[in-house]
Design a protein. Structure first.
Length: 572
């Protein structure tokens, strides 16, 4: 028996025979060509086929992992359209008369190598995406299929490195876990494995190449441990732990469709964060009582132009129909320099998180903004629609929203179009200024929804996409929790309700604090709903208030977590 340690990138326990996956990596010899224009035509045809293939993979990824995770393939599509990359390749073909395979591989390898050399771990990890796209195009030029090996039975997939394409195109029924020599917690494979619910460990080193197929292994995606040929005692220990986790899930899932009611009778609304229409049905299976955040970016990104009003109406209505009379909070377009829409001609920004995004962008493009508002109001007829606006930082922006809404309603009236007249209007509290001014903003809205991911980032000045400082953007930090309390108090003082839709909402460890801070609604990844409902049922309001008060007096996020872990251990 041998135990190896790596990086835990996707939780859970998996055991089974090892399958060493080795993709066929193509190279390209340099040749002189007689007809450069013919090579350019071959490139254009290969890019078109690659684009079509990636769009199909993205659709599958949305269904399997969710729209947010599937945005990975939006980045792949952008590589295919990178003007600097393509102009350089075409220039080389014309001037040097090199064959397209060689010109393409040289250019993409240079690009990938440049990324890999960066000190920023997040950007360096993107080199794998460039190479994934590069190999896809080379395979198309060579007439080869995507995968060179077939998995015959359920196995632990072991590889030097896995591409995002590999991760989502494997037969899910044959994949028990992932082990890779290279990669890290910010890699796209880590994101996809977590979304797929597949235990994974990476950073295990070159020793993986010496392993033989069918070796029995146990993957501990919680601790980052891989055990080779475990003895019976180790197998039994892991089996016991795995069964305990499965029983815990089954107990929580069995009651997932029941209301989340505290010990003393307070009901908390537990709803889902969604990123596309295809996620709606599965959210209901996990016990969602509605939608607390529907991101609409999936309609606007990866397009040549903005979606039309009727197209939007159809999609919004299909989601509202899925939930009947349950509440559905739909957030208007929330994009910025980090996730641009090319038809908006967005200028590059040094710091897109502090630039033109969210409401700032919407107010700069009133035609697109008002088209979305009209579509939402039309789709909401007969349903429990609530509209939410992102990245609001001031009362002036709230007032601007109301002006646009008034204009849109007047247009619909003038055109004799039916529209939802009783729609609650709310804002996301993601910026500290909005939290601090919540008492001033509250009379102008019907609800607040606190986005703790961005609120933590902005409060603690820590870019959550930068692995060097991402851990500092911790929503358990007392400074963030105190802002949650401030917003909750302001909302209730004016008779408004307050929700929370950041990752903190889906962490059962935080549940008693959020209950104690009088948050009315918790919105999360659907898979977390059974556990959070179970946690709500363990506490009374007086208990939760006392826990929240104590947590807010602690000086650090680490001490808050330790305290809450102790609390959870003492409560039946």
């Amino acid at each position: 028996m041998q135990t190896l340690r790596g990086l835990a990138i996707s939780p859970g326990i998996a055991s089974g025979p090892l399958f060493f996956y080795q993709a066929h990596v193509l190279s390209a010899d340099r040749r002189q060509v007689e007809d450069p224009l013919a090579e350019i035509s071959r490139l254009e045809a290969a890019l078109a086929k690659a684009r079509s293939d990636l769009e199909a993979i993205q659709v599958k990824a949305v269904q399997d992992t969710g729209a947010k995770e599937a945005e990975i393939f939006s980045a792949h599509l952008l590589i295919l359209e990178d003007p600097d990359l393509l102009e350089g390749i075409i220039r080389e073909i014309k001037e040097q008369r090199h064959n397209i395979e060689y010109a393409w591989l040289q250019a993409t390898e240079h690009y990938a190598g440049m990324l890999a050399s960066l000190e920023d771990e997040y950007l360096a990890a993107r080199s794998a995406d460039v190479r994934d796209v590069a190999q896809r195009v080379l395979r198309i030029l060579a007439g080869e299929e995507q995968m060179s090996q077939q998995i015959e039975r359920p196995s632990i997939i072991v590889a030097d490195e896995l591409t995002p394409s590999d991760t989502v195109t494997f037969d899910r029924s044959k994949v028990l876990g992932f082990c890779t020599a290279q990669g890290g917690p910010t890699s796209h494979v880590a994101i996809l494995a977590k979304a797929l619910g597949i235990p994974a460990v990476t950073g295990l080193g070159a020793w993986l190449e010496t392993l033989q197929n069918s070796t029995y292994v146990i993957v501990d995606g919680d601790l980052g441990v891989v055990t080779l040929e475990p003895d019976m005692a180790t197998r039994e220990s892991y089996r016991f732990r795995s069964e305990a986790l499965q029983r815990k899930f089954e107990v929580a899932f069995a009651a997932a469709r029941q209301p989340a009611v505290s010990v003393d009778g307070k009901r908390i609304e537990v709803v889902a964060n969604l990123g596309s229409a295809v996620e709606a049905a599965s959210a209901l299976e996990f016990g969602a009582e509605g939608v607390g955040l529907l991101r609409t970016e999936f309609l606007f990104l990866d397009r040549q132009d903005a979606p039309g009003e009727d197209v939007q109406v159809e999609i919004y209505r299909s989601i509202l129909q899925t939930f009947g009379q349950q509440p559905v909070v739909i957030r208007t377009l929330d994009i910025g320099g980090d996730k641009p829409a090319h038809y908006l001609d967005m200028k590059p920004e040094m710091n897109p998180f502090l630039g033109v995004r969210g409401m700032r962008l919407a107010l700069q493009h009133p035609g697109i903004f008002q088209c979305q508002l009209r579509a939402l109001l039309r789709a909401g007829v007969g349903y429990n629609l609530k509209i939410m606006f992102p990245m609001v930082s001031s009362l002036a922006e709230v007032r601007a929203v109301h002006l646009h809404l008034r204009q849109v309603r007047d247009e619909l009236e003038a055109a004799s179009r039916d529209y939802a007249r009783q729609v609650e209007i709310g804002i996301m509290v993601e910026v500290p200024s909005a939290a601090v001014m919540a008492d001033v903003i509250a009379p102008q809205v019907d609800f607040f929804s606190i986005g703790t991911n961005d609120l933590s980032q902005y409060t603690l000045a820590s870019d959550r996409t930068n692995p060097e400082v991402a851990s500092l953007a911790d929503a358990f930090d007392p400074s963030v929790l105190r802002l949650v309390r401030l917003v909750s108090q302001a909302a209730h003082a004016h008779g408004r309700w307050v929700g929370l839709c950041g990752e903190l909402a889906g962490d059962p460890l935080a549940t008693p604090v959020l209950l104690g801070l009088a948050v009315d609604e918790l919105s999360m990844n659907p898979r977390a709903i059974p556990y959070v409902k179970q946690a709500i049922r363990r506490f009374s309001l007086p208990q939760a208030r006392a826990i929240a008060e104590q947590a807010l007096q602690l000086p650090t996020a680490g001490e808050v977590r330790s305290y809450l872990e102790n609390v959870q251990g003492r409560v039946p």
